[in-house]
Design a protein around this ligand. Sequence first.
Ligand SMILES: [Zn+2]
Ligand SMILES: [Zn+2]
Length: 130
Amino acid sequence: MSETITGGCLCGAIRFETSAVPAAQLLCHCTDCQTVSGAAAYAAYVVPIDSLKVTQGEAACFDITADSGRINSRHFCPICGTRVWAMLPELGIVSVNGLALDERTHFQPTANHMPDSAPEWCQLGDLPSA
Ligand SMILES: [Zn+2]
Ligand SMILES: [Zn+2]
């Protein structure tokens, strides 16, 4: 049985939920994620696009071509700026901000994504690359 996972942005304007078992839980070290967050990695809680339900508010969005060549549609709260998720329509997945989940311990990364882009001071730990 899958449970319903809820989350939202810092100001509360945007709320979302998913009941999907995550396809992956990654720490993304791409430089785009670094730029928008000021952090060494993004907590990517990856689920199928159609499993994400927006229950409140409307996210703003900025499309960019990622290093992979795919369109990455980065969604954020227009009020508080929290990055809430990034959609990769060509892959049919959405990368939800795993630390915007109400139960943030739910995010348990199992791999580093693009660790070669990580800042040299970043501790990558024992996680494999994915
Ligand atoms: Zn907000
Ligand atoms: Zn990234």
